[in-house]
Design a protein around this ligand. Structure first.
Ligand code: NDP
Length: 294
C-alpha cells in the first residue's frame, strides 16, 4: 500500500471541535445561539437517519436544533408556508429541507422559497450564482468538505490537473467550481465522456461523484494522485450473507496501491458533510447577526 489514507472522520471531528468553540464564544459574548431547522417530509428510512444525525450533531456543537417532521402527504402550500415561517424566525439561522422530497412536491420551488441567507445546503440559485461569480455565499456541504480533505493532502492545489467524474448540481458542478477557485485546471467528466479511463488517468486530483460501486479502477489512476471518493454505494457484503456494506465509486483496494492519498468509504467524505453543514450554520448566524459578532 502506497497511499496516505485521508481520515475524514478525524478531520471532521477537528472541524466540529473548532465550530463548537466558536459557537460557545458567540453565545457567551453576544448571546447568539445559532439555530438550524431541518425539515423532513415522509418516512424514507435513510432520510430519517440523516435528519437524526444532523439533529445530534447540531446540539453537540452547542447550536439549537429545530426538527420539523411532516407526513408524506404534506401539500406544497403547507410546506411553503412552513418555510416562510422559518424564513422570518429570528432564532432560525439555517434551513435545510432533506432531499429527496416525495414525488408530488416540487423540490426546486421549495429550495427557491428558502431565504438564501438561511440556505445552509447551498442549493438556492442565488448561492449557486455566488459560487460561480466568486462571491461569498453558502457552498454545498459535500463539495466544501471534499476540498477540505483534498487540502489536507496538499495544502496548495494550484496548477493541478483536477478531474471530477459526475456533473450533478449537488456535488459534481460545485466541486468543479471550488477546484477552479483553488487554481486547478478542471475537467468535468460524465456519462457521455469518451475514453473516461484516459481522462481519469490525467488527474493529479480526482474527485469521484458518480454513484456506481467501484467503477473507477486502480489502473486508471495516475501514480501519486489525490483521490477524493464521494460515492456512497450499498452493496451485498461478500463476507456475510444477507448483509450489506458501503463502498465508494473507486475500487479502494486497487487504488491504494497507486494513489498518493485517498479517502476511504465509509470514513472519508461522508463525515465532512455534517461538519460543513455546521460550519455553514455558524456562518449564517454570524451573517444575520445585527451587531458585530467580532
Ligand atoms: P447523481 O446521480 O445526481 O449524478 C451522478 C453523476 O455521475 C452524473 O453527472 C452522471 O452523468 C455521472 N455518471 C453516471 N454514470 C456514469 C458513468 N458510467 N461514467 C461517467 N459518469 C457517470 O449523483 P450525486 O452527484 O448526487 O451523487 C454521486 C455519489 O455521491 C452517489 O454515490 C451519492 O450517494 C454520493 N453522495 C455522497 C454524499 C456524502 O455525504 N458523501 C453526499 C451526496 C452524494 P450524467 O450527468 O451524464 O448523467
Amino acid at each position: 500500500m502506497n497511499a496516505k489514507i485521508i481520515d475524514g472522520k478525524a478531520i471532521a471531528l477537528e472541524q466540529r471541535a473548532m465550530i463548537r468553540a466558536e459557537v460557545s464564544e458567540l453565545v457567551e459574548r453576544h448571546s447568539l445561539k445559532p439555530g438550524l431547522a431541518v425539515v423532513l417530509v415522509g418516512e424514507d428510512p435513510a432520510s430519517k437517519v440523516y435528519v437524526r444525525n444532523k439533529e445530534i450533531a447540531t446540539r453537540k456543537a452547542g447550536m439549537e436544533s429545530f426538527a420539523h417532521r411532516l407526513p408524506a402527504n404534506t401539500g406544497q402550500e403547507d410546506l411553503l408556508a412552513l418555510i416562510e415561517k422559518l424564513n422570518h424566525d429570528s432564532g432560525v439561522h439555517g434551513i435545510l429541507v432533506q432531499l429527496p422530497l416525495p414525488d408530488h412536491l416540487d423540490s426546486q420551488t421549495i429550495i427557491e422559497a428558502i431565504d438564501p441567507r438561511k440556505d445552509v445546503d447551498g442549493l438556492h440559485p442565488v448561492n449557486a450564482g455566488y459560487l460561480l461569480s466568486g462571491q461569498k455565499g453558502h457552498v454545498p456541504c459535500t463539495p466544501k468538505g471534499s476540498i477540505v480533505l483534498a487540502k489536507s493532502a496538499a495544502s496548495d492545489l494550484t496548477g493541478m490537473e483536477a478531474v471530477v467524474v459526475g456533473r450533478s448540481v449537488l456535488v459534481g458542478k460545485p466541486v468543479a467550481q471550488l477546484l477552479l477557485n483553488e487554481n486547478c485546471t478542471v475537467t468535468i467528466a460524465h456519462s457521455r465522456t469518451k475514453n473516461l479511463e484516459d481522462v481519469v488517468g490525467r488527474a493529479d486530483l480526482l474527485v469521484a461523484a458518480v454513484g456506481r460501486p467501484e467503477m473507477i479502477r486502480g489502473d486508471w489512476i495516475k501514480k501519486g494522485a489525490i483521490v477524493i471518493d464521494v460515492g456512497i454505494n450499498r452493496v451485498p457484503d461478500p463476507q456475510e450473507e444477507g448483509k450489506h456494506k458501503l463502498v465508494g465509486d473507486v475500487a479502494y483496494e486497487e487504488a491504494i496501491e497507486v494513489a498518493g492519498a485517498i479517502t476511504p468509504v465509509p470514513g472519508g467524505v461522508g463525515p465532512m458533510t455534517i461538519a460543513m453543514l455546521l460550519a455553514n450554520t455558524l456562518d449564517a448566524a454570524r451573517g444575520q447577526f445585527q451587531g458585530n459578532p467580532d
